[in-house]
Write a protein of this length. Structure first.
Ligand code: SME
Length: 155
């Protein structure tokens, strides 16, 4: 029952945040400004541990706008959860970071994680990375709504 209630609340919150994100950012063309405000919006709405972006710069990811503790700056292609999501071109949900081979631990507090690619002109231009201090925070509901928000903001 508790699990069911949490699932309903999460989806309800995404349904509130989605139109807020779209109305706040749909006409803004500066990518970094959009990343900064979207990280702030998601972080404050959900109370995540770390919420932010890594941008594709050449053959690596470089830290972009974020909310939360300081984080590692450079992530190579295919490395960690972020580099894996970039390589796959697909959302990666990690219920327990200790079980993900090659996970990059920017914070020892992080227990679960989701990374969603940001697409522009048919290529991944960045990833959205969200960390939680709880195990198994993220699932397909997060993936579905975060992908939708990113599609509408970074079109
Ligand atoms: N854990 C990520 C690194 C980024 S931090 O979580 C902010 C990874 O494995 O790619």
């Amino acid at each position: 029952m508790y699990f069911y209630d949490v699932m309903i609340d999460k989806e309800a919150l995404y349904k509130e945040v989605l139109p807020q994100a779209v109305s706040l950012l749909e006409d803004e063309t500066d990518e970094v400004a959009c990343m900064a405000n979207l990280a702030a919006l998601l972080h404050s709405a959900f109370g995540f541990w770390w919420t932010g972006f890594y941008r594709v710069v050449g053959d690596e990811l470089v830290l972009g706008p974020f909310q939360g503790p300081v984080a590692c700056i450079h992530i190579p292609y295919g490395r960690g959860v972020c580099g894996t999501a970039w390589q796959r071109g697909a959302t990666v949900v990690v219920p327990d970071v200790e079980q993900f081979p090659g996970h990059i631990a920017c914070s020892s507090e992080s227990r679960s994680e989701i990374v969603v690619p940001v697409w522009r002109d048919g290529r991944v231009c960045a990833v959205l990375d969200i960390d939680s201090r709880e195990l198994a925070t993220f699932d397909e509901i997060d993936g579905k709504y975060l992908e939708t928000i990113l599609e509408k903001v970074f079109k």
